[in-house]
Design a protein around this ligand. Structure first.
Ligand code: COA
Length: 167
């Protein structure tokens, strides 16, 4: 595999800042994951997850980053790059935001900054895998210029694979 620069871990947009994880994010991160409707992870469990994310980033140079609103200063979700179902060379973009802030263009704004950060590492292609039912997420990807490559079937249902080349 070619070597890539580490992605920048501080990204600034018009309304948002993406920055590294802090232990103080644990309670909000737990609240975010509880919106998946499968229970609330303990803060202890979340602290372990944050440590695992940081360890993975040390190894890979790519990261999921907390998203904070610049005006309000609140944690509203995360966005970044993961290996996911793809590879370190062509990673996946991922995002998840609190329901209370959906529909205001925040995911698109954060993801656009992550695309730029991915390009800065020297990578030339990104992927995203999304449940075919997930209209909002597919719309975000469409707005970012991703194109559908294929659909696979998993136990959990149909998964759309989308890709975007980077300048
Ligand atoms: C996917 C997600 C991050 C989008 O965040 P967001 O900040 O609301 O996204 P944006 O506001 O940037 O864009 C959402 C777009 O979807 C559209 N949309 C939302 N719900 C929709 C629906 N039911 N049908 C059609 N379009 C819909 C919005 O209108 C908007 O498009 P527009 O700008 O053309 O109007 C958010 O819904 C989320 O966190 N979902 C749960 C986690 C998740 O599914 N993550 C992705 C896993 S692949």
């Amino acid at each position: 595999m070619p070597t890539y620069e580490s992605m920048p871990f501080h990204l600034l947009t018009e309304r948002l800042v993406l920055r590294p994880w802090d232990e103080a994010d644990a309670a909000e991160f737990s609240a975010l994951l509880s919106e998946r409707g499968k229970g609330t992870p303990t803060v202890e469990h979340i602290r372990t997850s944050i440590t695992e994310l940081l360890t993975a980033t040390e190894k890979t140079g790519i990261a999921l980053l907390p998203i904070q609103r610049r005006d309000e200063g609140d944690f509203i979700g995360y966005c970044g790059l993961i290996i996911g179902r793809s590879t370190l060379e062509e990673p996946e973009i991922a995002y998840e935001l609190f329901q209370r802030v959906h529909g205001r263009g925040y995911a698109t704004e954060a993801a656009a900054a992550v695309l730029e950060a991915a390009a800065a590492t020297g990578r030339t292609r990104l992927w995203s895998t999304v449940g075919t039912w997930n209209t909002p997420s597919l719309r975000v990807l469409e707005k970012l210029g991703f194109e559908r490559d294929r659909v696979s079937t998993e136990d959990s249902g149909e998964v759309a694979w989308l890709t975007r080349s980077l300048p």
